[in-house]
Design a protein around this ligand. Structure first.
Ligand code: PHE
Length: 495
């Protein structure tokens, strides 16, 4: 899923697209993090349906949907739709939600935590101003039920509906979101996001709108964080003001947005530090918290920013946000309103809060995981780092293959069903076969044959369960299945 265009890249192959990221800074924000991969993801049009070629209807959360040739959701991903970790008391995702909700109190902010994950392409993309050819719409990036229906890729899919409902001046959504993606310790096809928004109405304040917003800024609690904000509130080319916004109005909205989110990050990272202090061997003198605002791009906000936190020696992206595009408010029937929105990934924050080393753990029903968080929802001061229960041996297996046809025919598809290559299709097969027994998948070699023009790739799959030791035969069996499906579905030629 690619939405923003100016971000660090979350990938085992980060170097492929430019910037090498550390594990922490590559933790999924779920995340604008992977949203600038436009350069590497243009594929998806010729994807051959791997699941249910008979287009049987499917049922998700008690509702039945028709499927068509766009359907691409594996049974594993479907089986996760009822889990809703953000609603499971004492689960780290639930606790993280609680902490964020505490910064945005009712009644100004109404919470929506049970919105259905099945949305229309209109809600997920069009209503937010995504262009028709935006790569985030590709089947390689998004789980489709049919050509018009999908599993939401972000909580922003509900913006228009909630602006239209207008039940409160602000809202907070928390929800499961779905993206086809690579496999490593910080990526999972299902994760959780929170979205927040706050609007003001010209009908209430008329010419005094900016003054009224500034008064709200003044009422926000104070913090003593060190904030770097080197850029102007808007910039004609890089981060433009909207046509219908007066400078002083947009500046006031931006100030309220930034202060509110600084407070949220202050709350989270104060807790991260307090939790780590419980186990830190030698207490180092803590430096004051430091954050910085970076200009960003989202189709549904302008100006837009990301907030980064200086954490353990690295700048870490925490959230994406901006002044909501007026067109979204117009279309929602509230053209007189102006406001801001932000989105944040919960797993990424939870991994920091609890020092959880692998994103697969969130889905574990192993008591050795779940029991460690008992009682924290009712008393957040009990929050402490997770103690890993065991590390089972890794089992690496390589698979190398030629892509079907020459590079050009592979890119265009042909009548043998050879499709345009996209790594996410391989990742899906590995997830389908290996499930949570795969820790990560890394491209270890790629070259083009000088004569035939064919491209060869080699991936290294690390089979390792979090819960038990995998036998070599078991890993071999999984690996054989992966190899078979790569040939059958993606038309590759094994080497
Ligand atoms: N939906 C964006 C994401 O998933 C985050 C975002 C929300 C950005 C709202 C701006 C405003 O990354």
């Amino acid at each position: 899923m690619i939405i923003a265009s100016s971000r660090g890249v979350v990938s085992a192959l980060a170097s492929r697209v430019g910037r090498q990221t550390s594990l922490l800074s590559s933790l999924r924000l779920q995340g604008p993090s992977q949203w600038n991969r436009a350069a590497v993801s243009q594929a998806g049009r010729c994807w051959r349906a791997a699941y249910s070629s008979d287009h049987k209807p499917i049922t998700i959360n008690q509702k039945t949907y028709r499927t068509d040739e766009w359907f691409n959701i594996s049974p594993t991903v479907l089986s996760l739709t009822p889990r809703k970790l953000h609603l499971q008391k004492d689960h780290p995702v639930y606790i993280t939600r609680q902490i964020i909700e505490s910064v945005f109190p009712a009644p100004t902010f109404k919470t929506y935590n049970t919105l259905d994950p099945v949305v229309t392409t209109h809600e997920n993309f069009d209503s937010l101003g995504f262009p028709p050819d935006h790569p985030g719409r590709a089947k390689t990036d998004t789980y489709y039920i049919n050509s018009e229906t999908l599993l939401r890729t972000h909580t922003s899919a509900h913006e228009a509906a909630l602006f239209r409902a207008g039940e409160s001046p602000g809202y907070l959504i928390s929800a499961d979101v779905y993206r086809r993606d690579e496999i490593d310790k910080s990526h999972y096809p299902v994760f959780h996001q929170m979205e927040g928004a706050r609007v003001w109405s010209r009908a209430d304040h008329g010419e005094n709108l900016a003054t009224a917003i500034w008064a709200d800024v003044e009422h926000l609690p104070k913090h003593d964080m060190n904030v770097e904000d080197p850029n102007p509130a808007f910039h004609a080319e890089r981060n433009p003001l909207q046509e219908r916004h007066k400078e002083e109005e947009a500046a006031a909205v931006a100030a309220h947005l930034k202060k509110s989110l600084e407070l949220m990050v202050y709350e989270i990272f104060t807790r991260v530090r307090a939790s780590h202090a419980k186990t830190a061997e030698k207490k180092e003198k803590e430096e004051p918290l430091k954050v910085r605002w970076v200009e960003a791009y989202f189709p549904f906000t302008t100006p837009s920013w990301e907030l980064e936190v200086f954490y353990q020696g690295d700048w870490l992206e925490v959230l994406g946000c901006g002044v909501s595009q007026q067109k979204i408010l117009d279309d929602a029937g509230v053209p007189e309103k102006i406001g801001w929105a932000f989105g944040i990934g919960l797993e990424r924050i939870a991994m920091l809060l609890f020092q959880i080393p692998d994103i697969r753990l969130f889905w574990s029903s192993d008591e050795r995981f779940l029991s460690q968080f008992k009682g924290v929802s009712d008393d957040l001061t009990k929050l402490k780092p997770f103690v890993p229960f065991s590390k089972h041996p890794a089992c690496y297996k390589d698979v190398s293959f030629w892509l079907g046809g020459t590079t050009s025919s592979a890119a265009g598809g042909n009548d043998r069903g050879v499709q345009q290559w996209h790594e996410n299709d391989l990742m899906e097969i590995v997830r389908e076969v290996g499930g949570d027994n795969v820790e990560d998948v890394v491209l270890t070699d790629s070259f083009q044959h000088p004569k035939t023009g064919k491209r060869s790739l080699c991936y290294r799959i690390n089979y390792r369960s979090l819960e038990r030791t995998l036998r070599n035969e078991e890993a071999n069996e999984l690996h054989e299945k992966v190899r078979g499906l790569l040939v059958e579905r993606l038309g590759v030629e094994l080497r």
